[in-house]
Design a protein around this ligand. Sequence first.
Ligand code: OAD
Length: 250
Amino acid sequence: MKDLIHQAADILAHAHRLVVLTGAGISKESGIPTFREAQQGLWAQQDPQRLATMQGFLANPTLVWDWYQFRLRLVEQAQPNPGHRAIAELEQRLPHVEVITQNVDGLHVQAGSRRVLELHGNIRRFKCLRGHGGLTMADLAGQEATPPLCPHPGCQALVRPGVVWFGENLDYRILNQAVADSEACDVMLIVGTSGVVQPAASLPYRAWNARARIIEVNPQPSELTDLAHVYLAGPAGVVLPQVLAVMSEQ
Ligand code: OAD
């Protein structure tokens, strides 16, 4: 493992354009559950069709609203962990770093990363079924209804979480940027994703095709591990600070 940490540190230290692609695993050490891990994963306990699709929302809007409110409370109590902070620190040390995350918790920004693409949206934002977006809990304050109704004058449509659900398209501007960044990077660091949800899971293939070096951090091998030039098997909050410590010695 020590050798692998040194290899990863060496690759990162020479990166001109780094993309960091993250998934739920980066936030696990902040107390936010992942989706697909056996036992504790959210999708091991809950049916994503009921909770994370438009059909599920229309069938039972209150259930879906309450579940996202529960997750919002978890996120609001969470703090960035040493893994998020190490990624933010990379931005200070390297010429160009982009974070592309599937997470909706905003913890990369909270940790100090400034260039962050949130592929699946942000759990603190809401939109109505007629398309009024960018709503916050403050905009919805004082409403008894669950879900609340759109506060735009004359609208009154149901308000839903502003995250991307299964079967929905990503914001095309964000996706285009993520694709362009992945094709332009010379190093991609993949952290804490199982690599099964598209289109996020295709981004490492774009980087690999463009001859980028790929580093992966994940305690368990993922669908993307075969692409990795260096695979670091361990929790992000432990492994990433070790990599940065070695970079500091170089
Ligand atoms: P998953 O739950 O599918 O995968 C989490 C990954 O994190 C697994 O590979 C774990 O082994 C790894 N992991 C666990 N602890 C870790 C740690 N401490 N450090 C590093 N890695 C760790 O989550 P995602 O790949 O993010 O989408 O899932 C992708 C998307 O599926 C999510 O964005 C969400 C979900 O349905 C939507 O809601 C649209």
